[in-house]
Design a protein around this ligand. Structure first.
Ligand code: THU
Length: 162
């Protein structure tokens, strides 16, 4: 038996104003997308913005449903819209943020496990890392150099593609 330790580095910025211009712009688009959230059940409004390798930005927000499992997270709404409207174009970066009706979202908002799995597929497809920018409504911003970094021991089954 042996133990393997897995760790990763990420950057912490004290506020969005410290980010590089392109990251700041993407996070701002994600903040704007929060306004399109349909979240009457959780009252937690998530916005996501994807920058494609061709520079185009596509946004999405969480869309809930009274049949709860039918809803979809903001990240998958944004990414699926991006890849279906611009097929074949790699994803360069993804910004995520949220607001809540009943509390201040002061910590960076990480993607859920299903979104990590769904998005890492496009890193594998195109062979590039997607820069992940996580913000809250206020406060710190985290930058992670790729979605696979957030999904240790990612499911890769090359055999399924044959
Ligand atoms: N949500 C997202 O949009 N993205 C995530 O990564 C986590 C959660 C949404 C789903 C639901 O509409 C609300 O946030 C509360 O879970």
């Amino acid at each position: 038996m042996r133990t393997i330790t897995s760790s990763f580095d990420y950057q912490v910025y004290n506020s969005a104003s410290e980010l590089a211009e392109a990251d700041q712009e993407l996070l701002e688009k994600a903040k704007q997308a929060v306004a399109t959230s349909h979240a009457p059940y959780s009252r937690y409004h998530v916005g996501a913005a994807v920058r494609l390798a061709n520079g185009i930005i596509v946004t999405g927000s969480n869309q809930e449903n009274m049949s709860f499992p039918a809803g979809l997270c903001a990240e998958r709404v944004a990414v699926f819209a991006a890849v279906s409207n611009y097929p074949g174009v790699p994803l360069a970066s993804l910004a995520i943020t949220a607001t809540a009706d009943t509390f201040e979202v002061a910590e960076p908002v990480p993607p859920c496990g299903m979104c990590r799995q769904a998005i890492v597929e496009f890193e594998m497809k195109h062979g590039n890392k997607i820069r992940v920018i996580l913000g809250g409504h206020s406060g710190k911003v985290y930058i992670i150099d790729g979605m696979e970094t957030l999904l240790p021991l990612t499911f890769h089954e090359a055999g399924l593609a044959k």
